[in-house]
Design a protein around this ligand. Sequence first.
Ligand code: AVJ
Ligand code: FE
Length: 432
Amino acid sequence: MATETETLRSLVATELERARDRTVLLTEAVDEDDLVRQHSPLMSPLVWDLAHVGNQEELWLVRDVGGREPVRRDIDELYDAFKHPRGDRPQLPLLGPAEARRYVATVRDKVLDVLDHTRLDGTPLVERAFAFGMIVQHEQQHDETMLATHQLRTGAPVLQAPPPPGSTTPVTGDVLIPAGPFTMGTTTEPWALDNERPAHQVDVPAYFIDRAPVTNEQYAAFLDAGGYDDERWWSTAGWRHRRSAGLSAPQHWQRDGDGWAYTRFGRTSRIVPDEPVVHVCFYEAEAYAAWAGKRLPTEAEWEKAARFDPATGRSRRFPWGDEPPTADQANLGQRHLRPAAVGAYPAGASPSGVHQLIGDVWEWTSSDFHGYPGFAAFPYREYSEVFFGSDYKVLRGGSFGTDAAACRGTFRNWDYPIRRQIFSGFRCARDA
Ligand code: AVJ
Ligand code: FE
């Protein structure tokens, strides 16, 4: 009979393998020249992400958890994200594609051995396999980053996937979330990262929140109404950025007759009206919301709409309940290469009747990235704490490119308000 530890070990092994399969897919889809080239100054060469994933795995699981000898101590500095900004990475003496592939495979072999010989309790780092879960999430996060690099690369398309399910349910307007406290964040979720902790009560005044993310059609109406030329809808910083960056539409949009076309992973077609808009920055989201007579939700408002169950008063792990996502509840994991139309996931709605909170597009919130009351950096300050402050805005919910292992009702992402190379969209809220 399998013990609980054996079950956990085999779950970890499966999750590590799933992450690696995705990394291999994303790095074998292109030739060597494409792997070592920088496709945007915002992104690393794919071969950097590949070896960085292996290096983090080596640091935490081979050396720290396993107490084993380093595989390649000499390359730690090259793959330390804080030592070299993304723009400088192509100039570094990086491991080449073949060497990087051998390196990550060697590290993985050792990690599977460490997994077999490590107790998954006793210290916070290994309790319920936390460090392994952290590394699974790290690889999946870099896989999403690599997918964003694929979206920025030019040339013939190399990725394919079946289209997402279509809309089956009309989802329009917004819902009232009555005033009251709810539990935000988590203390018990085993693989939750430090910034999601601890669980704490937040009293949220009544508000309305959109039942779905803003669609291409809705966003195009803002464009057609001259929203990008009307300073009234933009914040001071937003307008300054709109002008200096010359923003005129979401990234990858082009005029097509009297409508719009969009290039996605190398294929151009007309925008799909009822699909959530993607590749907008925080300032564009904020301006659209102002034009629509609304605003962006705070992070607490987003999470209450996603997790709070008025019938029981408790917060769920996911909008649909406590069980991990199934394919009919959320568009995650790069199963499809695009967000699904609004109304495609009725089974994933929250108790408050809010749809598509998890998957499809990351959703900008109005909140700066801060630690929750009682925050403690774990296991390293550079995951979250060094980013706390007013430079970053929080995004919630995950995108079609986020794996389920790196996504839940409490998960927090963050980026600069000018960034739109990530799979970012938004929904609106308003005061009640
Ligand atoms: C949480 C997505 C902002 O990619 O910068 C990867 C995740 N941290 N390696 C990022 C991360 C360290 C992080 N984000
Ligand atoms: Fe990283």
